[in-house]
Design a binder for this molecule. Structure first.
Ligand SMILES: [Zn+2]
Length: 164
């Protein structure tokens, strides 16, 4: 028995390390690049502009805790801007309660966001970010309501709400 176990371990360990090498999640950029030169700020410049929490989300692709943002319950008429560069990203009439605990929208303002696929949870997800400063906003899923069927799941700390 012992002999069998050690033989199995002997085979298993090298196999695991080979598998790990092939299935290592692909490293994504810490944040997306700004499309406008004036928003191509250094890490220290971003740190000076943002709260530590917003920096973590916008510039390091972090995620806030579910139900932690006041914007989750924001139902007034207005515009949601990027907390990094103030570009308008979402209108309040496209916001809906997804029950996930994050501000959710079924559509974005045209041209305001860009997407990329990330593998942070190994399973590919579509990350999206502000098209101007590259700041990470959230992930978009295909389980949203009509007419788009999209669910833009956004971090509240990556947004600034401006009342109409
Ligand atoms: Zn921005």
């Amino acid at each position: 028995m012992n002999h069998l176990l050690s033989r199995r371990t002997f085979i298993l360990i090298p196999t695991m390390s080979i598998l790990k090498r092939f299935f290592k999640p692909i490293k994504v950029l810490a944040s997306s690049l700004a499309s406008k030169e004036e928003w191509n700020l250094s890490k220290d410049e971003w740190k000076a502009r943002l709260s530590p929490e917003s920096f973590y989300i916008l510039r390091e692709e972090g995620t806030e805790r579910a139900f932690s943002s006041q914007l989750n319950n924001e139902k007034r008429k207005g515009v949601f801007h990027c907390a990094g560069c103030s570009l308008p990203l979402f209108l309040s009439d496209k916001k809906y309660d997804s029950g996930t605990g994050w501000p959710s929208f079924w559509d974005s303002i045209q041209g305001s966001i860009e997407t990329k696929v990330d593998f942070k949870l190994i399973v590919p997800r579509t990350e999206y970010h502000c098209s101007r400063c590259g700041g990470h906003q959230g992930h978009v899923f295909n389980d949203g309501p009509a007419p788009t069927g999209k669910r833009y799941c956004n971090n509240g700390l990556a947004l600034k709400f401006v009342l109409d």
